[in-house]
Design a binder for this molecule. Structure first.
Ligand SMILES: O=C(O)CCC(=O)C(=O)O
Length: 280
C-alpha cells in the first residue's frame, strides 16, 4: 500500500472521527493545483464576494478553469485504497468535477459557527419528518455516511474539531452553551463593531471555548478525513493563504441520501451566501 494506514489508525478514526494521511499530493501535482486554485479563488471572489470561503462544483467552471489537475487529484495513486482501509471497500473519493476548494477571505477575519453537518443545517420539523432521531443515530454509527475531506495546498490551521462527538445524537449542555454564546452575524461582524484584530481574537476565543476541541494542523498535501457529523468549525483570516481541496469519500448509500435530501440544505446555503456578501 502506497500510504500507510494501520489498524490503530482505523480504530482511532472510528473513535475520534478524524484522521490525517500525511502528504498525499506529489510535488508536480501540488504545483499545478496551486496554479489552478489561484485562478479558482479569483472566480470565487468574483462570483460570491471577497469574504467567501469556497468555490464548489468545478464542472460549472469548465470554460474558465483547467480541470485536469483536479481530476488528477481524485485518482492519486494509492489514495482510494488508503481511504478504503480507513472506512470500507466501497468508499471512493468524489469525482473532482463535483468537488470544491476552501479559501481564506480577502478582506476581514471571520469564522463559521460551531456546527455538526447536516443535522444543524436542516429545519427541525423537516428533519423529524424525513429522517428522525432513530434513523439519524444509525447514520451517525455508519461510516458509509458523512466522511468529509480537507486537503490543503498551503499549510492550513483553519479547521477545529471536537473528537468523539460525531456519533452522539445529543449535544451536551456545555457544547450548546458555547454554540449559543454568539451567532453568524457577530462572527462576521456585520455591524462593523470590531477592528480586524478584535474580530480575529473574538473568533479565535470562540473556537477555543469548545471543551476538548482540537485545532487541526495540516501541512501542504496532507489529507484530512473527518466525520463531519462531529462538531467542527472553520476559522478564517485574510493573511493565511488558504487553498484547500474540499471533497468527500462517497458511498452508494451516502450518494443516495445526499441526492434525496439536498433540497433540505438550500436555506442554509442561501444564508451563507448572503452573509458572505453582507460581510464584504
Ligand atoms: O473551513 C473548514 O475547514 C470547515 C468548513 C465547514 O465547516 C463545512 O464545510 O461544514
Amino acid at each position: 500500500m502506497k500510504f500507510r494506514v494501520t489498524d490503530e489508525d482505523v480504530l482511532k478514526y472510528r473513535e475520534r472521527g478524524y484522521h490525517i494521511i500525511p502528504q498525499v499530493i506529489p510535488a508536480t501535482l501540488l504545483k499545478d493545483l496551486r496554479r489552478v486554485a489561484t485562478k479558482a479563488r479569483e472566480l470565487a471572489y468574483r462570483d460570491h464576494g471577497p469574504q467567501t470561503q469556497r468555490l464548489g462544483f468545478f464542472k460549472d467552471y469548465a470554460d474558465e478553469l483547467d480541470l485536469q489537475p483536479f481530476r488528477e487529484f481524485t485518482v492519486i495513486d494509492g489514495l482510494n485504497e488508503a481511504v478504503q482501509q480507513l472506512t470500507s471497500p466501497h468508499h471512493i473519493v468524489k469525482p473532482a468535477e463535483e468537488s470544491g476548494l476552501l479559501f481564506s477571505p480577502k478582506e476581514r477575519p471571520w469564522s463559521t459557527e460551531w456546527h455538526r453537518d447536516w443535522r444543524d443545517h436542516v429545519l427541525d420539523a423537516e428533519f423529524q419528518e424525513h429522517v428522525g432521531d432513530a434513523r439519524w443515530q444509525e447514520i451517525l454509527d455508519d461510516s458509509d455516511f458523512f466522511n468529509q475531506v480537507n486537503c490543503p495546498l498551503f499549510e492550513d490551521t483553519s479547521t477545529w474539531y471536537l473528537p468523539g462527538s460525531h456519533r452522539r445524537l445529543h449535544n451536551t449542555e456545555t457544547e450548546m452553551a458555547v454554540y449559543r454564546s454568539t451567532n453568524q452575524e457577530e462572527l462576521m461582524d456585520e455591524d462593523k463593531k470590531r477592528t480586524d484584530e478584535e474580530l480575529e481574537l473574538f473568533c479565535l476565543r470562540y473556537c477555543q471555548a469548545m471543551p476538548g476541541a482540537v485545532q487541526l494542523v495540516l501541512n501542504p498535501g496532507d489529507f484530512l478525513l473527518y466525520r463531519n457529523t462531529g462538531w467542527h468549525i472553520g476559522n478564517y483570516v485574510p493573511y493565511r493563504d488558504r487553498m484547500t481541496m474540499h471533497t468527500h469519500a462517497m458511498t452508494p448509500a451516502f450518494n443516495e441520501f445526499a441526492k434525496k435530501y439536498h433540497h433540505l440544505l438550500e436555506p442554509r446555503e442561501a444564508s451563507l451566501e448572503r452573509h458572505a456578501k453582507l460581510g464584504s
